[in-house]
Design a protein around this ligand. Structure first.
Ligand code: SF4
Length: 216
């Protein structure tokens, strides 16, 4: 059984393997091991689930070809990997958003796309992140976009520079300002350009579209 917060149809609001703005089924799982300061889905943090559904029941509710699994934190539930595998068997296009603090079991592989956060200083959760080396080891063999949500403070921008420098060429990085304000992107561009312009080549800039549109 899987602890579910909600299953609904909406747009994929962030950069990922499915194009931003795609209409998809969103499976929001219940329970998270982190407590980010700026979490916008606080009611999915508790492990107290509103619904417990079997994998078959979740699959029956996935009406769209494209399925985005998010949370909460999907990887705190063992059944999540089985759900991913079953959806892919049924030819769904599956993307998972995970918070970066949990590793995949060794040897696990899948055709899904992983959008993996690396939480920066403004989240208050940096001490729960693996080292850069551990992060690379865990994710390098998978289809990954690393997501950086930043509040444009000096600390967050320094962190972005550090992670890009350390992982240059290994991953694509989706970066989005916390408040979904487009002008903040220019600040990030200018900051990185002054330090090392080539690092911009690993970045995909993103505005969280669901916030702009006003959807969940
Ligand atoms: S990882 Fe996601 S769901 Fe968990 S506290 Fe942070 S923002 Fe909220």
């Amino acid at each position: 059984m899987i602890a579910i917060h909600s299953i609904f149809e909406s747009i994929s609001g962030e950069v990922g393997f499915m194009p931003q703005g795609s209409w998809c089924t969103i499976v929001r799982l219940q329970g998270c091991n982190l407590r980010c300061r700026w979490c916008d889905t606080k009611d999915s943090q508790s492990i107290e689930a509103k619904y417990m559904l079997s994998i078959d029941e979740v699959i029956d509710r996935c009406k769209n070809h494209k399925v985005l699994i998010t949370g909460g934190e999907p990887l705190i539930q063992e059944e999540t990997l089985k759900l991913i595998d079953r959806l892919i068997e049924r030819h769904h296009f599956v993307q998972i958003e995970t918070n970066g603090s949990i590793f995949l079991p060794s040897g696990y592989s899948s055709d899904c796309g992983w959008v993996v956060d690396y939480k920066g200083p403004s989240s208050g959760m940096m001490d729960r992140m693996p080292s850069f080396e551990e992060f690379i080891d865990n994710w390098i063999e998978h289809r990954v976009i690393v997501k950086l949500v930043v509040d444009n403070s000096k600390e967050d921008l320094e962190f972005v520079f550090q992670i890009l420098s350390k992982m240059y060429g290994l991953f694509q990085f989706a970066i989005s300002p916390l408040d979904a304000k487009g002008e903040k992107i220019l600040d990030i561009v200018n900051f990185i350009r002054e330090r090392d312009e080539k690092l911009l080549g690993d970045l995909i800039f993103s505005i969280q579209m669901h916030k702009v549109v006003g959807l969940l």
